[in-house]
Design a protein. Structure first.
Length: 654
């Protein structure tokens, strides 16, 4: 994840995971775009449809909206990805789970530092102190990143600090303390580009971005405790608690006419989010009929208190209007979300070559809104709703031999509307869209995993996912979307992954995915709110789901000895991606290549590394991501052509 990379975005490290699409939007006001098996592709910002955990602490709010900005890649040890709802241990997602684990303090105290610089004013500096003393292990890391941006109006600065302390309380119990913070003082938002602007000036921006000075700032801090105790040879308990606060301020490009509407919440959003939760888990490892048996039972509670305000994105009156500043208050509400989940998962090796797993999770999500802003033309929009579901999962695995395993899983996914998707009603008046219902999905997967001396590690999976009440866009006007339940969708796909090592240090990797994601029912979308018949557009049954690539291929070859010269090449190919539900336009497919070279030297307690990297070697210009169903047809987010990056890092062991 760190070798010869910028260590800025998690998308740098996930290209080799089949079924997962991580796209760098070149827009730090909107976060990385991540989808798994097509779930999460419609998210206009943040992460959607995929649960994210960092050191066991949720980075996803109880309504299903997540973010990954608080991860310092300099201290990450590994990332695990679970595709599909194959486990009862995680809730309120349909695409899967991404878990990020940071390092534990090692025995030898070590100081690490690094700096990298490259195209478009990129500068990244990081430092880390890790080690252990007695029963205490510690890792303290921090990083600073800044960029002028590839496009106009896309500069950003970001600071991240992480701390992880591990205390061995006694022979049977461990306490882990995790604290982190992220500050994004200002990230300019260049918005997407229309097809015409994308073709003529991919480095440019829509004039509305500069007129309204579109931008976002974030300030977040959180802390968590994890206590684990082995009660006896068979029983163990784990208690996790966390709390955090996140401030967000975003300036949008909403036309003055739209903001003048008495029911408009304005063009500036401020969100103050207080979140907290706990997960109580008991694990039994024993035998059943003299065969290995494991049982996990738990209770998870997550809460979110969000103060949402809206302001005009201008001040003054004509002809002295000033845009890009906070104006009059137009919206003020307190939203809450509570997620209470009970879960149970059992696994049993009922024969020498056979094992089975069975899980059940019950989720209850309550969302309420208290309206604090009422006028003669804007009534009380307070209200609440509750969502609930029981989602089972069943899996069976057969070991052909020690090196070849085949498996089958069936499970149900449950995905509630997020507060962002509930924020606006399709009839144009204020208040939450409580008519929106959760989406549920039925999933079937067959697969094989092998680890053979001459072949390496090979995995293959085919899956079929059928979703009811899919949440889709109804209107997208002036930077705001309203959502509806479309009926049914289907996702079928094939995923292949392979890795092998030759001659000790030559590592080859490849990942291929094909995904057919379609709407099974026709529905109506619109470019106005409310949606008159004259502006309705019919999405035909059989249309492709936007934001989803039909085929994806990743391949890399790297020479990685511990000392001396190292280097590698990698390539990534992606088929075309439709930009909206009507499939009226698409971002073309592309093929890119990258190369890097580096050198590692050891001098006593010092280890020094230098590297140089070239991305998009052939200077290919393409759309790195798309904004799905963007109401102004600003669908395209261009990726830079050829870029360079150089860096040095060092570590000193004491």
């Amino acid at each position: 994840m760190r070798s010869d990379r910028a260590q800025v975005n998690i998308s740098e490290s996930l290209g080799g995971v089949p079924g997962l699409l991580a796209r760098d939007r070149q827009n730090y006001a909107q976060d990385v775009q991540i989808s798994v098996r097509g779930f999460g592709a419609r998210a206009s910002f943040g992460l959607r449809g995929v649960r994210v955990y960092v050191d066991g602490i949720p980075a996803t709010f109880p309504d299903g909206q997540g973010q990954i900005t608080n991860v310092d890649l300099a201290s990450v040890e590994r990332i695990e990805v679970l595709r599909g709802p194959s486990s009862a241990l995680y809730g309120n997602s349909a695409g899967g789970v991404i878990q990020v684990f940071t390092e534990d303090g090692a025995a030898t105290p070590t100081l690490d530092f690094g700096v990298a610089a490259g195209s478009n004013g990129v500068l990244r500096e990081n430092s880390k102190v890790s080690g252990s003393t007695g029963a205490l292990g510690y890792v303290l890391s921090g990083s600073h990143f800044q960029t002028d941006g590839y496009r106009d109006h896309s500069a950003a600065r970001r600071n991240i600090a992480n701390a992880k302390l591990t205390v061995q309380l006694d022979d049977a119990s461990t306490l882990t303390v995790i604290v982190n913070s992220v500050a994004l003082p200002q990230a300019q938002d260049p918005l997407g580009l229309t097809r015409a602007l994308y073709n003529t000036d991919p480095r440019g921006t829509d004039p509305a971005a500069t007129a309204f000075n579109t931008r976002k700032s974030i300030d977040q801090s959180q802390a968590g405790l994890i206590w684990e105790r082995q009660l006896d040879s068979a029983n163990a308990v784990r208690v996790m608690v966390y709390t955090g606060h996140r401030n967000t301020e975003q300036f949008q490009a909403i036309t003055l006419g739209a903001q003048a509407n008495p029911l408009s919440p304005g063009g500036v959003i401020t969100l103050g989010s207080d979140y907290r939760g706990t997960d109580l888990r008991w694990t039994l490892r024993s035998t059943l009929a003299e065969r290995p048996f494991t049982l996990v039972a738990g209770l998870a509670v997550d809460t979110l208190d969000q103060h949402r305000q809206g302001y005009l994105n201008f001040a003054g009156t004509a002809p002295d209007i000033v845009q890009g500043v906070i104006g009059a208050l137009r919206r003020d509400e307190n939203d809450t979300a509570l997620d209470l989940d009970e879960y149970l998962q059992a696994s049993w090796q009922f024969a020498s070559d056979w094992s089975a797993s069975l899980g059940l999770r019950h989720s209850s999500v309550r969302i309420e809104s208290k309206d604090n802003f009422m006028t003669a033309t804007n009534g009380d929009d307070s209200g609440g709703t509750r969502f609930g579901a029981s989602v089972p999962v069943l899996g069976v695995m057969y070991a052909l031999n020690r090196s070849v395993h085949v498996y089958a899983t069936a499970g149900r996914g449950f995905e509630t509307p997020t507060l962002n998707e509930l924020a606006y009603r399709p009839d144009g008046v204020t208040g939450l869209n409580f008519g929106l219902q959760p989406a549920t999905s039925d999933n079937l997967e067959l697969g094989m995993k092998t680890r053979l001396p001459n072949i390496g590690e090979l995995s293959a999976a085919v899956f079929d996912t059928r979703t009811q009440n899919e949440i889709v866009t109804l209107t997208n006007v002036g930077g705001r979307s309203t959502y509806q339940n479309s009926g049914a969708t289907q996702r079928t796909g094939l995923e292949l992954g392979w890795t092998n090592t030759y001659a000790g240090f030559l590592r080859a990797q490849a990942a291929f995915s094909t995904l057919n994601a379609t709407y099974r029912n026709a529905f109506v979308t619109c470019n106005l709110s409310p949606c008159p018949v004259s502006s309705q557009q019919t999405v035909t049954a059989g249309n492709r789901m936007p934001g989803v690539a039909g085929e994806s291929l990743y391949a890399s070859l790297a020479w990685t000895p511990p000392l001396g010269w190292r280097g590698g090449v990698e390539g990534h190919a992606l088929s075309r991606v439709f930009v909206n539900d009507t499939n009226s336009d698409a971002a073309p497919g592309f093929l890119t290549a990258s190369a890097n070279i580096g050198y590692v030297v050891l001098r006593g307690p010092w280890k020094l590394t230098g590297f140089a990297r070239l991305d998009s070697v052939f200077d290919r210009r393409y759309a790195g991501s798309v904004i799905v169903n963007e109401g102004n047809s600003r669908f395209f987010e261009p990726a830079p052509g050829r870029t360079w990056l150089v860096g040095v890092s060092g570590s000193l062991s004491f």
